[in-house]
Design a protein around this ligand. Sequence first.
Ligand SMILES: Nc1nc2c(ncn2[C@@H]2O[C@H](COP(=O)(O)OP(=O)(O)O)[C@@H](O)[C@H]2O)c(=O)[nH]1
Ligand SMILES: [Mg+2]
Length: 288
Amino acid sequence: MTPRRRILLVVETTDLLRHAALLEAAASRWEVLTLSPREVLSEPMEEPLDAILVATERLPEEWLERWRRGEERPLLVRLSDRASEACQASEGPWDWIIPASQPWPALETLFSAPLMDPKPEVPVRKVLLAGEATVGKTSLVTFYLHRAFDPRRRMTIGVDIHICPVEVEGVAVRLVVWDVGGQRRFAALRDLFYRGAAAGALVFDLSNRLSFYQLLNWWQELRHHTGSMPMLLVGNKADLPREVSRFEAESLARAWGTPYFETSCVTGTGIPEFFRALAMAALRGVSP
Ligand SMILES: Nc1nc2c(ncn2[C@@H]2O[C@H](COP(=O)(O)OP(=O)(O)O)[C@@H](O)[C@H]2O)c(=O)[nH]1
Ligand SMILES: [Mg+2]
């Protein structure tokens, strides 16, 4: 059974930055998915969720009502600009209404009891997955966590923050993996993405030469924002016909002084090794 500590934040893409503090604080504790109202309505959410935080008015009540049925239903929480203090809602779809500007400590109180981290002594490190869209960043995390390939195409528009427990040389580490989609174009959100990261991985698609060429841009951007943070290079989709040879990728990795991994989210090849190396790099990298 997977631990149920998943939170969905529904927020307008343009508002994401206003909730940066919330994202950062929540990220070290829970798995956080962010979706815009449009995405939420167009996608079936099958994953178990502990809570749905809604920071927009643009969600129809029917969608919310649907979640009120069922036994293990998520907590429905409205982040409101108008609320001055947290209150339990007796009518309407919400369980709680919480001020958007100061969601803490109300959120903490709501979630802490059943969801508290049972092992707070485990070191927590923020790590980044960077690389072009569709190279398989989200799939790497999904495979690592569930040992299964999910072929559904789900574009990361917002920021997905996954918690990945890893054990390296007998030491448990909790990686908080930031997987950022199209939001990279918002400069300020980019800072949020890079802030406090201990290690990162640059991912490309072995079956797509362009994604290999684009690595240079990513490398420069990461180096610019994160200085000497340890980085790894990952060639994913090793199960598909190649457009990039191992020799080329290894040459690039050597030039950059980074370890190189080849992975496949279909067969699982290389994925545990990659996460162990990422955790090791994060432990040796900067402390958050
Ligand atoms: N054949 C194959 N397909 C993959 C692999 N990893 C991801 N994909 C597919 O590539 C697409 C993009 O994957 P996704 O994880 O969303 O990429 P992201 O945008 O980098 O997060 C999806 O359709 C995945 O099913 C892989 O290792 N092999
Ligand atoms: Mg993604």
